[in-house]
Every structure is written in C-alpha cells, then in structure tokens.
Write a protein that binds this ligand. Structure first.
Ligand code: GDP
Length: 140
C-alpha cells in the first residue's frame, strides 16, 4: 500500500452544527493525517466547477445551493491508501445506507446534507486538491 493524499470537504451542515472537531476526531482516529486545512466560503463558480460532473443530475442546483449556503472546511488528508480509506470512513452517500461508526451514519441528516466529501479516485484527488490548495499550504 502506498501513502496517498485525498481531498476532503466538511460541508455546510457540519460547520453550521459546530462539528468540525468531532468529524476531524473520526478522521484522525482512522489514521488519516490532516496535512492541509482551510475554512472558506465557496463561491457559486467554485461549487459549479467542483461538481461539474453532476451538472446534468436533477439535484445539481440544490447541491450548488447547499455547498454555498455557509462556510466549508477544505482539507488534504494523507495516509496509507488514503482515497479508499476515507471513502470507508465517510460511509455511503445516503446516511440511511451508511455503516455504523461512519461519519455519515453518525452525523448526517440527509442524502444531500451528508456532512463530508471525499475524492473517489487518486486522479480526482489530485485535481480537487489543486482546485483549492497550493503546494505551500500543505505540510506533511
Ligand atoms: P459521494 O461521492 O458519496 O459524495 O456521492 P456522489 O458523487 O454520488 O454525489 C455527490 C454529492 O451530491 C453527494 O455527496 C450529495 O451531497 C449530493 N447528492 C447525491 N445524491 C443526491 C440526491 O439524491 N439529492 C440531493 N439533494 N443531493 C444529492
């Protein structure tokens, strides 16, 4: 297994409920190191670009609206097999289908407002990290 970096977002439902620390505790307990982190207000243009792959989906408008509805915390996570590991720690997209102990099972209230984003491949992780971070903002 290789050391990888993945991209994470703590979504507006997390920051609104003061869950940044609680979610970070789950991430760190899973052995993932938070090597970059910044709290930002995502612009509509940034959200539309980030979720471009979903632009034909019926929930795209709602998704962009939600992701710009309040601050988010963008993160770079590092660890062994980090991309797949973080997907496991997050749990299924719909919290109703997520396993016990996952972030979404523990904290999320709906399929839309599901607390966290995590890259689904190493290539996407690289592109997503590049959208929000400069190399000098990341310290492993
Ligand atoms: P993920 O990789 O587990 O985040 O899931 P997807 O890539 O399939 O979807 C991206 C994001 O779109 C999800 O995390 C949700 O925030 C949102 N989303 C997915 N399905 C729905 C839906 O049916 N309704 C709404 N409102 N949002 C959705």
């Amino acid at each position: 297994m290789a050391t990888e970096r993945t991209f994470s977002i703590l979504k507006p439902d997390a920051t609104k409920r003061n869950l940044t620390g609680a979610v970070n505790a789950v991430i760190e307990k899973a052995g993932l190191r938070i090597v970059g982190q910044r709290r930002i207000q995502m612009s509509r243009a940034q959200a539309e670009k980030f979720y471009e792959i979903h632009k034909e989906r019926p929930f795209f408008g709602e998704l962009v609206e939600f992701m710009t509805s309040g601050p988010v915390v963008v993160q770079v996570l590092e660890g062994e097999n980090a991309v797949a590991k973080y997907r496991e720690v997050m749990g299924a997209t719909n919290p109703a289908n997520a396993d016990e102990g996952t972030i979404r099972k523990t904290f999320s209230e709906s399929v839309g407002e599901n607390t966290v984003h995590g890259s689904d491949s190493l290539d996407n992780a690289k592109a997503e990290i590049a959208q929000f971070f400069q190399d000098s903002d990341i310290a492993g």
